[in-house]
Design a protein around this ligand. Structure first.
Ligand SMILES: NC(=O)c1ccc[n+]([C@@H]2O[C@H](COP(=O)([O-])OP(=O)(O)OC[C@H]3O[C@@H](n4cnc5c(N)ncnc54)[C@H](O)[C@@H]3O)[C@@H](O)[C@H]2O)c1
Ligand SMILES: [Zn+2]
Length: 342
C-alpha cells in the first residue's frame, strides 16, 4: 500500500500523471467540498464528477451508497475509472466500499482530511458502512491504490474533531511505542507537532497491517480501547442527543480497558494512573450512570473480534505492548465501566 505524506499539490499531481483513467469522480461532503476540494480542483480533469453527500456518521448507510452508485452509473463510469475519496473516515470507508463493489471493483484513492482519517481510517483497507444500529456492520477489505496525506488539511478542522483523531494517535503510542507515549503524555494538546505525529502513527498502523492485513491475529491490537469504546459510542449514538465522536468514545474505552489490564495484573498501577490522568485531562469524563452499564455491555456482543459467544479484548500487557484475543467476563466489564464512572 502506497502512503504519501506531503503537499497534496505534489502527490496528487504525480498520481494522476502516472495513472490514466477514463473518468474521475470525487466524493466529498459539504465541509470537504468547501474547505478541501478547492485545494485539488486545478489538478483534476475539467470533466470530473462531483458526488456530494451529507456529512456525519448517520449518513454512513446503504441509502447513501445507493445515491453514490446511482451517480456513478449515470456518469457512465466504466471499470477504468477512479474514485477519489476526499474527506474523513465516513467518506473514506463509504466511498471506498462503493468503489470496491462498483462493477466488482474500480480503483480508488484516499485523501483523508481529518486527523482521525489521516492516522487511522485511511490506512489499512477496511471499508464499510453502518447497518441498523451496528457500526461498520457491512464491508470489505480492499486496499486503495494510494493514500495521499497532507497534514495541511487539518487546519480547517474544528478543535473537537482534532481531539477525536488524537485519541487514535494516543492508542498507537500505547500499543506500540512507550517512548513516544512518554513524550506526548508530558505535553499539552496545544504543544503538539501534528506533522511529526501523523507520520509516526501511520508508520505504526502500516507496519501492523502489513504483518496481518485481514486481522487474523496481530492487527487486533489496533482495537485496543475499541470493544468498550465502540459499545459506548453505539449506546450514545442510539440515544441521539448524548452522542459523542469516535475518538472521544475510544478515549473512554482506553481507560476502561486499561483498568481491565490492571485488574489482571497485566499493567502496573502507575501505568493505569498515567493513562487515566492524561485521558481525563485531555477529554474530560463522559457522563454515564450505573443503570446504563447492562445496555453498554449488551452491545459488546456485536464486536467483530468475538468468537463463539466469547467477548474478546485487546489488552495492554505493558505500555507499548498489547495482547489480543483475551476473553473478558461480563463481571470484569461491569467493574471497568463502574471504575470509569467513578
Ligand atoms: N476504516 C478504518 O480502519 C477506520 C478506522 C477508524 C475509524 N473509522 C471510521 O471513521 C469514521 C470517523 O471518521 P472521522 O472522525 O474522520 O469523521 P467524519 O468523516 O465524519 O469527519 C468529521 C467531520 O469533519 C468534517 N471535515 C472533514 N475534513 C475537514 C476539514 N479538512 N476541515 C473541516 N471539516 C472537515 C466532516 O465533514 C465531518 O463533519 C467512523 O465512521 C469510523 O467508523 C474507520
Ligand atoms: Zn478507532
Amino acid at each position: 500500500m502506497s502512503v504519501q505524506i506531503g503537499p497534496i499539490s505534489t502527490s496528487l499531481y504525480r498520481y494522476l500523471a502516472e495513472n490514466s483513467y477514463s473518468h474521475i469522480a470525487v466524493i466529498a461532503d459539504e465541509h470537504t467540498n468547501k474547505y478541501c476540494l478547492p485545494k485539488i480542483k486545478s489538478l483534476l480533469p475539467s470533466k470530473f464528477t462531483k458526488i456530494i453527500i451529507k456529512s456525519g456518521e448517520e449518513n454512513k448507510t446503504l441509502h447513501t451508497c445507493e445515491r453514490i452508485w446511482d451517480i456513478m452509473t449515470k456518469s457512465n463510469m466504466d471499470r477504468h475509472s477512479l474514485v477519489i475519496n476526499l474527506g474523513g473516515g465516513v467518506i473514506g470507508d463509504m466511498g471506498g466500499f462503493c468503489a470496491a463493489t462498483y462493477k466488482r471493483g474500480i480503483d480508488f484513492i484516499q485523501i483523508p482530511t481529518t486527523l482521525l482519517a489521516q492516522v487511522d481510517a485511511s490506512v489499512g483497507g477496511k471499508l464499510g458502512i453502518d447497518f441498523q444500529s451496528f457500526k461498520n456492520h457491512l464491508g470489505v477489505f480492499q486496499l486503495p491504490k494510494s493514500v495521499l496525506i497532507d497534514p495541511d488539511f487539518i487546519q480547517t478542522l474544528p478543535e473537537r474533531q482534532k481531539l477525536s483523531g488524537y485519541a487514535e494517535i494516543i492508542k498507537h503510542c500505547l500499543i506500540r511505542d512507550e517512548e513516544k507515549w512518554e513524550e506526548i503524555s508530558h505535553k499539552g494538546f496545544e504543544d503538539i507537532n501534528f506533522a511529526d505525529l501523523i507520520s509516526h502513527s501511520v508508520e505504526i498502523k502500516k507496519a501492523v497491517v502489513a504483518e496481518d492485513p485481514k486481522e487474523a491475529g496481530l492487527r487486533k491490537i489496533l482495537n485496543f480501547g475499541h470493544t468498550l469504546g465502540h459499545a459506548v459510542e453505539t449506546y450514545l449514538l442510539n440515544l441521539g442527543k448524548r452522542r459523542i465522536l469516535h475518538g472521544e468514545a475510544i478515549a473512554v474505552g482506553m481507560i476502561m480497558e486499561a483498568f481491565i489490564a490492571y485488574h489482571r495484573s497485566l499493567i502496573r498501577q502507575e501505568e493505569l494512573e498515567s493513562i487515566e490522568i492524561y485521558l481525563f485531562e485531555t477529554y474530560g469524563r463522559v457522563k454515564l450512570t450505573v443503570d446504563e452499564i447492562p445496555a453498554i455491555i449488551k452491545l459488546t456482543a456485536q464486536d467483530k473480534k468475538n468468537r463463539g459467544g466469547e467477548i474478546r479484548f485487546s489488552l495492554l500487557t505493558g505500555i507499548g505492548d498489547c495482547g489480543y484475543d483475551i476473553p473478558v467476563s461480563t463481571s470484569e466489564m461491569k467493574k471497568a465501566i463502574a471504575y470509569y464512572i467513578g
